[in-house]
Design a protein around this ligand. Sequence first.
Ligand SMILES: NC(=O)c1ccc[n+]([C@@H]2O[C@H](COP(=O)([O-])OP(=O)(O)OC[C@H]3O[C@@H](n4cnc5c(N)ncnc54)[C@H](OP(=O)(O)O)[C@@H]3O)[C@@H](O)[C@H]2O)c1
Length: 336
Amino acid sequence: MVEKPGSHQALKIIEDQLPSPGPGQVQVQVKACGINFADIAVRLGLYRAAKGLYPLTPGLEFSGIVMDTGDGVDEFSKGDRVFGVTRFGGYTSCINCPAHQLWQMPEEWGFEKGATFPVVYLTAYHALHKVGHVTTSDKVLVHSAAGGVGTAALHLLRINGNYSAGVVGSAHKVEAATRAGADVVIDKNSQALWARVEEISPDGWDLILDANGASTLKESYKHLCPTGRLVIYGFASMFSPSGKKNLAKLIWYYLKTPRFSPFELTTDNKTVSGFNLIYLFDKVEPFRRIMETLLRWDAKGLLPPMPITTYPFEEVGRAHKELESGQTVGKLVLIE
Ligand SMILES: NC(=O)c1ccc[n+]([C@@H]2O[C@H](COP(=O)([O-])OP(=O)(O)OC[C@H]3O[C@@H](n4cnc5c(N)ncnc54)[C@H](OP(=O)(O)O)[C@@H]3O)[C@@H](O)[C@H]2O)c1
């Protein structure tokens, strides 16, 4: 639990009593809990959706075993293996979660896979298909291509048959992005990023996924072709590896974040969109349909395994530190 936002020490393990599940809720004994970049923003007090909710337990996704069900829940019973999403509260040993945010876990999945699947694949699918309106002939550029969402996006682009380029921030991530399906990988640490982006596609890009924010947004927009779409869904470059709120960096970041002009957008024939899934968890039907598609693809073996690093719950601070270092590949997960 984070009582008061701050550095890694702000994460405290506490003991508390969980009430019985209410109507429409399912009580799940949590076996694994996925870590997302948003959890860092929650810990630091920088996540808008968490404002006013402290003391707050972070965590947006988990997997486990059903212990009990509330009134009106027919689709789950005690002993079911499930995975789900939650608007905070996932870093726990037991949770009451609305039934519509849960899914039965495929038999062959382990708890680690269940706890790392929903956020990144729902995000990548929503970014590409719902917001980015990807078509098979689109050339797509994916920033942070070896991270959780980046890897999931590359998996989905391969299924769709797109030409894709993945951008990564260090040499050790090149292989991971290639394995995830990128046709070409740019290591921006050793290559001039935008010169290489132009060299690969001189006419620009149809679709760019950017969750860095200020560090790349302006140039991402510039490198769209006419009718191109820039999809914004995160601001990772706002964070500091120190694990603390860096006020000077936040001010710099705010000033450097581009403001898109309606005059320019119409003249350039470009689209800029943004989204945050956390505000859409109650849109039950669209997300159930997306999850059905994802589970079907997974059952057919179309989604390769995601690289996963596990941490005991007690080492949640170390897990945050590593995600904040910007050096991790794939997903991080807490296990009991
Ligand atoms: N809007 C939504 O609904 C939604 C849902 C899920 C995730 N997200 C966002 O999507 C992004 C990816 O999330 P994720 O959980 O899968 O994380 P991730 O991609 O596994 O890790 C973040 C990556 O961002 C890059 N990065 C750039 N500047 C950084 C900085 N200052 N500190 C640390 N990393 C930095 C690093 O990759 P490179 O150096 O290789 O670029 C790093 O590996 C995050 O911005 C997250 O907030 C949004």
